[in-house]
Design a protein. Structure first.
Length: 71
């Protein structure tokens, strides 16, 4: 339990880590959601790498994508 508090204290002490971990959490959440079969038109998963690229692109506001998910 003390280790968890030390980690939170470290993160709280450094605002850059809050930004970094928040960014990574949003990207990973988007990646997981995009790998679900419901995210594509044909009902098949698009794969982890394509989902990761698309989620990262969406969070970074570039708007690029590897393939079309829903046409």
């Amino acid at each position: 339990m003390k280790k968890i508090f030390k980690i939170f204290y470290k993160i709280k002490k450094n605002p850059y880590l809050i930004f970094l971990y928040g960014f990574a959490t949003i990207i990973l959440t988007g990646t997981i959601l995009l790998t679900l079969p419901a995210a594509s038109n044909d009902g098949k998963s698009v794969g982890f790498i394509n989902a990761l690229f698309t989620a990262t692109s969406a969070v970074c506001v570039t708007g690029m994508r590897a393939n079309s998910f829903y046409q």
